[in-house]
Design a protein around this ligand. Structure first.
Ligand code: NAD
Ligand code: MG
Length: 385
């Protein structure tokens, strides 16, 4: 039986790479659902190639174009943000790949977990905001959550045959991004186009900026906390510019397991898609002689305060990570539009952390409210700059 897969965000960096994996293993995978925000042309091309059961376009204004382009097929066509949540209920979906960026993925993520479906999740913002709710819900429904983020996939692979009890700590590796070794004065001068060039990975715009500002690593700490049931002090970040070791686990006997490979997101994507099996592929393979030096250094938290802001939010808990996430989504958007500078980003996030009302035990509604208020506040603040 082929695995029937729904890819949420099929037109993005992760989504298109998941389709690459599918393309190379037509005997194993079938596309059941594909969704996109507004890139209707690519969604049409993908739908015609993969012949899914259904497609969803979030941007309603693109619906007529999508419907007309697929009118000669039996592909069902839906539109609007709410359809994303509804489509998860399709009984023919065996695996949901969540590759939508940002907080907006939360509703379909929670629905997938609630229904007890298997979720291969690339989106990390949902863990940052509501990791506790997601993991508790998975306990109830027995849903399996498989990480796609390369660091978390690495840890998941290291944990094969181990138990959480014996983890001393995990070490999340970070490339350091395009501005490793630079100082704040240098960061003052950079523009979105400079930050969009990542040394090792090709990714969507938002995560590329998050990688340059190291917020990505901050978020990955919170993601790891929930996924692997860790305490804040068990989570370490180490800069490893070659991006060959994707992360490590140190056990209570001092033994360290690492997962290595070329920096190619198709590997963790494929691992989640084929889990519990490993499957062969023809992707380029590791040649250690090309990497004679694997190096490690501490992150520069004075120049890149985001890691510490995220760590604080992780320790404080409540709605604090939600505040950080919403503030970050707004400042990244503003930075990409050249409205604010690079160093403004952590400054504005820190302000939001101090100003938005803290909620110690938030409900799901509290998260939506915190997200809404933080966005409004920051958009107003950015206008004053
Ligand atoms: P991307 O911007 O390339 O793609 C995002 C996808 O989400 C697109 O298909 C887009 O149509 C869809 N989308 C965007 N806004 C939407 C909305 N409001 N409603 C519905 N759909 C919407 O992003 P990406 O780089 O593929 O990243 C996706 C997620 O995976 C992010 O959360 C990111 O942090 C995470 N991730 C990405 C990588 C990577 O290598 N790209 C690695 C690890 C984790
Ligand atoms: Mg990652």
């Amino acid at each position: 039986m082929k695995k029937r897969i729904a890819i949420f965000g099929s037109t993005g960096s992760i989504g298109t790479q998941a389709l690459d994996v599918m393309r190379s293993h037509p005997e194993l995978f079938d596309a059941e659902v594909l969704t996109a925000s507004s890139n209707v042309d690519l969604l049409i091309t993908q739908a015609l190639e993969f012949q899914p059961n259904a497609v969803v376009i979030s941007d309603q204004s693109q619906y007529p174009k999508l419907r007309d382009a697929l009118s000669q097929t039996d592909i069902k066509v839906f539109a609007g943000q709410d359809s994303l949540e509804q489509i998860v209920e399709m009984e023919t979906i065996d695996l949901v790949i969540m590759a939508i960026v940002g907080f907006t993925a939360l509703k379909p993520v929670l629905k997938t977990i609630e229904l007890g479906k298997t979720l291969a999740i690339a989106n990390k913002e949902t863990f940052v905001v509501a990791g506790e709710i997601m993991m508790n819900s998975a306990l109830k429904s027995n849903a399996l959550i498989l990480p796609v983020d390369s660091e978390h996939s690495a840890i998941y692979q290291c944990m094969n045959g181990e138990t959480t009890r014996t983890i001393d700590k995990i070490i999340l590796t970070a490339s350091g991004g395009p501005f490793r070794g630079k100082d704040k004065a240098f960061l003052e001068t950079i523009k979105a186009k400079d930050a969009l060039k990542h040394p090792n990975w090709e990714m969507g715009a938002k995560i590329t900026i998050d990688s340059a500002s190291l917020m990505n690593k901050g978020f990955e700490m919170i993601e790891a906390k929930w996924l692997f049931g860790l305490q804040a002090e068990q989570i370490e970040v180490l800069v490893h510019p070659q991006s060959i070791i994707h992360s490590m686990v140190q056990f209570n006997d001092g033994s360290v397991k690492a997962q290595l490979g070329l920096p190619d997101m198709r590997l963790p994507i494929q691992y989640a898609m084929s889990w519990p099996n490993r499957i062969a592929n023809d992707f380029p393979k590791m040649d250690f002689t090309k990497y004679p030096n694997l190096t490690f250094e501490q992150p520069d938290i004075a120049t890149f305060p985001n890691i510490e802001l995220a760590r604080t939010a992780m320790i404080v808990g409540g709605n604090m990570p939600c505040i950080v996430n919403a503030a970050n989504e707004i400042v990244v958007h503003a930075f990409l539009a050249d409205q604010i500078g690079f160093n403004h980003m952590p400054e504005l996030i820190e302000e939001a952390m101090a100003q938005i009302d803290f909620v110690r035990k938030p409900t799901l509604d509290d998260y939506f409210e915190t997200d809404r208020l933080t966005r409004i506040k920051l958009l107003e603040r950015i206008k004053t700059l």
